[in-house]
Design a protein around this ligand. Structure first.
Ligand code: C2E
Ligand code: MG
Ligand code: MG
Length: 420
């Protein structure tokens, strides 16, 4: 069967046919091709132009990889080729050249991951390996193609381990929540905290959130972690309140996928009600994303949480591409400026940098949102952020993520928080 849009093979047909060839032939390569920022292209030029680009890319691929190769479109902008192992890298560069000429006004890049399967190797895992190689250079713009190597396989194995043991890790309390202080700059006191998860595995030791969060998002299991952290946070609060001690509000990270994967409103309410916590004590933190397919759905989500009595914060502002649109499109209570955004400027050397930061800041404030700076590591940064009027700050300078009770033992004072 062929794909209606491009005329290339479908995933199923490709896997059937290529599987047979792998059983009988050697010296083959699987090439996984993916267009950079295809979603952005669709957004900018519309779906019709997006379809046109896919069709034309398929045309270019077919020009370079002749009839002797097998060509397929697996999904969206993912193309896969089974070909002779000679000249795959050169062919990738040729495709790239065609793409540059195809639209000189936009920078289009087709990344290639290459895997050389041995005879009789499984077609599905061979394609997975080519994809892994392709994914590995997503952020590396100096390379358009990359060969698979075993290090990538280890990554795949870790991903599998994370997915296989998530349930167990949750049940056995291997995933814990730490809290990082957030400081109000006008008073210098801790006004809130952010809940951050830590996974300690009996065999692997600490698994970094940089590893497990993207994996759980990719395989659409992230809501399970988020619901667990939420419950953990509410339990920690209840314990402290029961001891008659004070608390400050906490912000909890949610993935935007949670809105699709579960009834996140109900889950938040359940955790809050079960532990008898005031809604004012919980902030919902959502990360800025370039791949916002539906502004309306997220907006409904934000508004619903706000109407229920929760503050909603935007995480990592400035780390993506759509910062200004985010300010325009959504109503957040607080904007968290990403540390990369702040570090990207050498505030001592560049006047321009100061203007950019402070004008983003005043824009957010004009729209009624508070501004929080993340990743503050030294007194100099703090002084600058204070001078341009940030409301709050967070970072190692004030404290690393720590156990809940440790927040209240810090030298720095904690605001008089209401007992909820
Ligand atoms: P984030 O929400 O932007 O959290 C801030 C990250 O920056 C944390 O990393 C924190 O430890 C780190 N950080 C804080 N201050 C500093 C500093 O001064 N310097 C530097 N270099 N780093 C600092 P962490 O804990 O590794 O978390 C990484 C990301 O994982 C978080 O980024 C958040 O997006 C995600 N995450 C963590 N827990 C959860 C969770 O339960 N659910 C979801 N969906 N995401 C989570
Ligand atoms: Mg966060
Ligand atoms: Mg952040």
């Amino acid at each position: 069967m062929t794909d209606e849009l491009t005329g290339l093979l479908t995933r199923k047909t490709f896997q059937e046919r290529a599987g047979k060839i792998l059983n009988s032939e050697e010296n083959l390569a699987i090439v996984w091709l993916n267009l950079d920022n295809f979603k952005m292209y669709n957004k900018r030029f519309g779906f019709e132009k997006g379809d046109e680009l896919l069709k034309d890319t398929a045309g270019i691929i077919s020009t370079i990889y002749s009839e002797k190769s097998m060509r397929a479109r697996f999904s969206d902008d993912n193309f896969v080729i089974l070909t002779d192992w000679t000249s795959v890298e050169m062919n990738t560069e040729m495709i790239q050249q065609y793409l540059y000429e195809y639209r000189e006004d936009v920078s289009l890049r087709l990344r290639a991951g290459i895997y050389f399967p041995s005879k009789n190797e499984d077609i599905r895992s061979s394609c997975d390996r080519a994809k892994l190689a392709c994914d590995s250079i997503r952020k590396n713009h100096s390379m358009n193609s990359c060969m698979f190597h075993e290090g990538m396989s280890r990554k795949l194995a870790l991903q599998q381990y994370i997915l296989d043991t998530l349930g167990l890790a949750i049940n056995q309390n291997r995933i814990q929540v730490l809290y990082q202080p957030i400081v109000r700059l006008s008073t210098g006191k801790i006004c809130e905290t952010e809940a951050l998860t830590r996974w300690t595995d009996p065999e692997l030791g600490a698994i970094s959130p940089a590893e497990f969060i993207p994996t759980l998002e990719q395989y659409r299991e992230i809501h399970k972690l988020d619901i667990h952290s939420l419950n953990q946070v509410c339990k920690d609060y209840r314990t402290r309140i029961e001891q008659g001690l004070s608390v400050v509000p906490v912000s909890v990270n949610l993935s935007r996928l949670d809105f699709e994967l579960c009834n996140i409103f109900q889950e938040v309410e359940l955790a809050v009600m079960t532990n008898d916590i005031s809604r004012e004590m919980i902030r919902i933190e959502i990360t800025e994303s370039v791949n916002d397919d539906d502004v309306a759905i997220l907006n409904l989500g934000i508004e619903k949480f706000r109407a229920m009595g929760y503050e909603v914060w935007m995480d990592d502002f400035g780390s993506g591409y759509s910062s200004l649109n985010v300010l325009k499109d959504y109503n957040f209570d607080t904007i968290k400026f990403d540390m990369k955004f702040l570090r990207g400027f050498d505030i001592n050397k560049s006047e321009k940098a100061k203007y950019i930061i402070s004008s983003n800041l005043s824009m957010a404030r004009l729209m009624g949102m508070q501004a929080l700076a993340e990743g503050v590591e030294n007194a100099e940064q703090l002084e600058y952020l204070q001078s341009i009027g940030f409301d709050k700050a967070q970072g190692y300078y004030f404290g690393r993520p720590m156990k809940f009770e440790e927040i209240f033992m810090l030298e720095r004072e904690v605001e008089d928080a209401k007992n909820s």
